[in-house]
Design a protein around this ligand. Structure first.
Ligand code: GDP
Ligand code: ZN
Length: 297
C-alpha cells in the first residue's frame, strides 16, 4: 500500500489518529515505540484503507513534555502557545502554574494565562492578586467568563489563538472544556469521531487531541493532570526558565553558583531585595532537587 503524510490529532497509549488530508487514519508505531506526540507531522505507511503504521516523525519545532524519576510523557509537539486555564474557583495551584510556565520557557513556547469565571465576583479580587505575580513576569492574563459572557470570551481569545498552535492545560473544574467548546464549535462531534477511530469506548476525555480551526490555527486539549514533573531539566535549563532570574545570571560570586545557599549569590540577593518572589525561588530549588534525583550531578 502507499505512503502518506499526516498530523497526529489524538494519542491514547500507543494508538494514534492521524489526519491525512480529509482522511482520518488509525495508526500504530512499529514495535513498542511510543515517542510520537499529538501535533507531530508523520510519514505513514498505509496498511488498509483507514489504518497505517507510523514510519517517521518530522523534525519538531517544539516539544512539551513532563517526566518523573522513571519515565517521561510527551504532551504535544510543534505547539507555539501554552494556555493555562485557571478560575476564580476552585482555587488553582501556584505550583502547577509555575511548573507549566517553566516547561513552556524551556521549550521555547509562549505561555499565557486565562482567568475564567470572572462572574464569580466574591473571589475575583483575591484571584487577580494571586495572578499579579505572573502578569508581573510578563505572562499575559486574559480574563473571561465562559458561562456568562461567551461571545466576549471568544472575541478576547481568538486573536491569541490565530495563526498559532495552542495547547490548553488546566486543573479539572477550571472551565477548560467550556472554553474549548466555545472556541471549537464542533469539538464534541470531533471527539466522538476520534474516539470511535481510537476505539476507546466511553473514555472520551482521557486522551490528548488536536482540533484544526483553520490552516494556520490549531488547538490541543490535554486531559487534566495533577503532577507536572520536570526531571528532564538540567540546572542550566532551570535557571534560564525563570525570566526574573535573567538580570542576576552571571553576577554571582561563583561562575557555577547553584543559587541555593552560596555567598554573594545575585539570585539570592534578588529574593532578599524583593525582586524575585520567594515562592518562585523555592520552586526553582525544588525542581533542581527533583532533577538531581534523575540526572545525578
Ligand atoms: P474543566 O474540568 O476545566 O474542563 O471544566 P468544565 O468546563 O467542565 O467546567 C467546570 C464547571 O465550571 C462546570 O460546572 C461549568 O459549568 C462551570 N463553569 C465553566 N465556565 C464558567 C464560568 O465562566 N463561570 C461560572 N460561574 N462557571 C463556569
Ligand atoms: Zn547564584
Amino acid at each position: 500500500m502507499s505512503a502518506a503524510s499526516g498530523v497526529i490529532i489524538a494519542a491514547h497509549g500507543r494508538h494514534y489518529v492521524a489526519q491525512a488530508g480529509s482522511q482520518r487514519l488509525h495508526c500504530v508505531t512499529r514495535g513498542k515505540k511510543s515517542d510520537v506526540a499529538v501535533g507531530d507531522t508523520v510519514t505513514l505507511k498505509m496498511t488498509s484503507s483507514d489504518q497505517a503504521v507510523i514510519e517517521g516523525i518530522e523534525e519538531r519545532r517544539t516539544l512539551l513534555y513532563r517526566s518523573d524519576q522513571y519515565k517521561s510523557k510527551l504532551l504535544a509537539a510543534n505547539v507555539t502557545r501554552l494556555l493555562i486555564v485557571v478560575a476564580t474557583e476552585p482555587a488553582f495551584s501556584d505550583d502547577l502554574i509555575s511548573r507549566a510556565l517553566v516547561a513552556a520557557e524551556s521549550a521555547g513556547v509562549q505561555a499565557h494565562i486565562i482567568l475564567n469565571k470572572i462572574d464569580v465576583t466574591a473571589s475575583l479580587e483575591k484571584t487577580r492578586g494571586r495572578l499579579a505575580l505572573y502578569a508581573g513576569l510578563g505572562y499575559p492574563v486574559h480574563e473571561v467568563s465562559a458561562r456568562t459572557a461567551p461571545e466576549e470570551a471568544v472575541a478576547k481569545l481568538m486573536p491569541v489563538l490565530q495563526g498559532q498552535s495552542s495547547i490548553f492545560i488546566g486543573q479539572s473544574g477550571m472551565g477548560k472544556s467550556s472554553l474549548i467548546n466555545l472556541l471549537v464549535p464542533d469539538a464534541d462531534i470531533a471527539v466522538r469521531e476520534i474516539s470511535a477511530a481510537l476505539d476507546t469506548g466511553k473514555h472520551t476525555t482521557t486522551f490528548t487531541r488536536l482540533y484544526a480551526i483553520d490552516d494556520a490555527t490549531s488547538v490541543i486539549d490535554s486531559p487534566g493532570f495533577q503532577e507536572f514533573g520536570l526531571h528532564q531539566l538540567t540546572e542550566g535549563m532551570l535557571e534560564r526558565a525563570f525570566p526574573e532570574f535573567a538580570p542576576c545570571l552571571g553576577h554571582c560570586r561563583f561562575y557555577n553558583c547553584h543559587h541555593i545557599s552560596e555567598p554573594d549569590c545575585a539570585v539570592l540577593a534578588g529574593v532578599k531585595e524583593g525582586r524575585i518572589a520567594p515562592m518562585r525561588h523555592a520552586l526553582y530549588a525544588q525542581l533542581r532537587h527533583e532533577s538531581m534525583q534523575t540526572i545525578g550531578y
